[in-house]
Design a binder for this molecule. Structure first.
Ligand code: SF4
Ligand code: SF4
Length: 185
């Protein structure tokens, strides 16, 4: 496994000079943008192929959609009730297959090579989104994940959800506008 992974990375090392510009925001483990995007595409395809046999694919799809399309006031709604810390066991990065960005430096000493870059998947950054998200992951890792919830926000009616959604989108646009103005100065 390790060997084949290393094998896969040989070509990007050779093409590194073409793809990785000086001052690149890529961490040392990511040898080129081309390699990174090809690995992301492969990972998505592997998940899709497993969809008929694995609930995890649907759980991952749910988290991907929610983390990308819900404004922050909704996607972070459960954060105030989230407890525990990541113990870096790395189990969530090895469900179905080992993520190509996963770095294992020993027991409880794992990390994600893209986590602190702009390329980190929102679904990974925002995990866990809510108790159902956590429950679906715990199912895959034998309840080994050290996050848990205490309490929950009030349930939302469809109207309340729509109001929060609109408000959240408006806030997001305002933030983006402010950023553009600040960057232009
Ligand atoms: S956190 Fe990083 S290593 Fe883990 S699944 Fe997400 S991208 Fe892959
Ligand atoms: S399974 Fe939970 S505790 Fe383990 S690395 Fe993933 S988020 Fe952290």
């Amino acid at each position: 496994m390790q060997q084949s992974q290393n094998g896969r990375r040989v070509l990007p090392v050779l093409t590194n000079s073409i793809n990785k510009s000086p001052g690149s925001d890529l961490p040392p483990e990511i040898t080129s943008r081309r390699w990174m995007y090809s690995q992301m595409t492969r990972a998505v395809l592997k998940k899709i192929v497993r969809a008929p046999f694995s609930i995890h694919t649907w759980a991952a799809l749910r988290r991907t959609l929610m983390s990308n399309f819900l404004p922050e006031n909704l996607s972070y709604r459960y954060k105030a009730y989230q407890r525990g810390e990541c113990n870096r066991c790395g189990l969530c990065c090895k469900i179905q297959f080992q993520c190509p960005f996963f770095v294992d430096e020993g027991p409880y000493n794992t990390h994600c090579s893209v986590y602190t870059t702009p390329h980190a998947p929102s679904a990974c950054l925002k995990f866990p989104l809510d108790p159902l998200d956590l429950k679906l992951l715990q199912r895959e890792v034998g309840n080994a994940c050290t996050f848990y919830y205490e309490g929950a926000p009030q349930k939302l009616s469809i109207l309340e959800f729509a109001r929060l959604y609109t408000e959240g989108i408006r806030q997001q646009f305002a933030k983006r506008k402010l950023k553009e103005i600040t960057e232009a100065d």
